[in-house]
Design a protein around this ligand. Structure first.
Ligand code: FES
Length: 124
């Protein structure tokens, strides 16, 4: 008997919003009305395409790259996409999640996303 398949991808969508008047940038912002609709757009598009479940969208808090928001993190692959709009999310779904090819032009610049540090080298 087949079990329930695990998701192929998790998509962490940063839903952090700074209070109005806060100078700190955030992924969901009063100044960017489209930023308030991206989570719903992501979930709806996955549903319309019949791939929700295989692709599991997760609302997350701050992912630590607020200057580049709105951001999502695609796992596995550790792919951080930045400066997102509905149009860009649509392309990521079609080309990366369905097509299997990372959309390089929306990936965070390398100097903002250096190689991870070996955890054992930090542990006390
Ligand atoms: S608010 Fe989205 S990464 Fe910090």
């Amino acid at each position: 008997m087949m079990g329930i398949p695990q998701p192929t991808f998790y998509i962490f969508k940063c839903q952090q919003s700074a209070p109005p008047g806060m100078p700190k940038p955030s992924c969901v912002s009063q100044n960017n009305p489209e930023s308030q609709e991206l989570m719903q757009y992501l979930s709806q598009t996955l549903m319309q395409k019949g791939i929700i479940g295989a692709v599991q969208p997760i609302q997350s808090s701050c992912l630590g790259r607020c200057q580049q928001g709105p951001v999502i993190l695609v796992e596995p692959g550790h792919t951080m996409y930045v400066g997102l709009t509905k149009e860009k999310i649509g392309r990521i779904i079609d080309e990366h999640l369905i097509g299997g090819k990372v959309v390089q032009e929306y990936v965070i610049p390398e100097q903002m996303w250096g190689d991870p540090v070996e955890v054992s080298s930090l542990a006390r």
